[in-house]
Write a protein that binds this ligand. Structure first.
Ligand code: DC
Length: 230
């Protein structure tokens, strides 16, 4: 029998981590967890409860709020996709807006928020058989993951992909705005003190700037087979 493993997929914003992680999870019948969605849900909660005043974040208020924030995932039977719930309410659409993207990095830089999210992520992965994507999955959440992938792509390609995704959802943004938002998030994500975006020493690097989805999938499938055989 093939052994069940833990798969950690980290990398910059909008380089196709989630497509990659979702496709792989579906093919090998593993659970998929989008750790970024959890930071986005905390951000939405902070926005909805008035913890932001412009760009100023009420840290004390956030600290008090964290125990009241319950994030869960459920597969939508119509699409087969995992969707994010905040205190029982489906927030999958809301957490993907530019408004949330603009505020998520400062939230994800807060130590006590990361601590709470990481703890929950580790619970999700207790029984292995999980694919999780994020920034610190291979370094902090699952340092012992059997397969770690670090995904990169050029900033222009990433901005183009994000713009297409936003436009498909009917949001208007310019290429420059998206490029700027990505650069800003990458900077905050890579330089924060707690759980910065960093390549794990034992991660396999995949630059998918010039890869088709099929090519990417077959690289991953090969790695999966190799690691489950060992
Ligand atoms: O992957 P994403 O763009 O949905 O992630 C949203 C934000 O959350 C991103 O700016 C970085 C942060 N994040 C994080 O700090 N740690 C993770 N494991 C996943 C996401």
């Amino acid at each position: 029998m093939m052994k069940k493993i833990t798969i950690a997929i980290d990398g910059y914003s909008s380089c196709g981590k989630s497509t990659m992680a979702k496709d792989l999870a579906r093919r090998v019948a593993y659970t998929y967890i989008d750790s970024g969605a959890m930071y986005r849900a905390v951000t939405l909660y902070a926005m909805q409860t008035g913890l932001f005043e412009g760009d100023n974040l009420d840290l004390e208020g956030l600290k008090r709020a964290v125990p009241n924030i319950r994030i869960t995932f459920a597969v939508n039977p119509a699409t087969g996709c995992s969707e994010t719930y905040l205190n029982g309410q489906n927030v999958e659409q809301q957490i993907r807006t530019m408004a949330v993207s603009d505020k998520v990095s400062p939230i994800a830089a807060v130590g006590f928020v990361r601590e709470a999210m990481v703890r929950q992520q580790q619970t999700f992965g207790r029984d292995k058989g999980i694919v999780m994507d994020g920034r610190d999955v291979g370094t902090v959440v699952f340092p012992d993951a059997e397969l770690k992938i670090f995904v990169t792509a050029s900033p222009e390609i990433r901005a183009k992909r994000r713009l297409t995704e936003l436009q498909r959802k009917g949001e208007s943004a310019t290429f420059e705005e998206v490029l700027h938002n990505l650069a800003k998030r990458d900077h905050i994500d890579s330089t924060r003190k707690d759980g910065p975006l960093r390549q794990a020493a034992d991660a396999v690097v995949i630059d998918n700037s010039d890869l088709t989805i099929d090519e990417q999938n077959s690289i991953l499938q090969g790695l999966f087979e190799e690691r489950t055989r060992q």
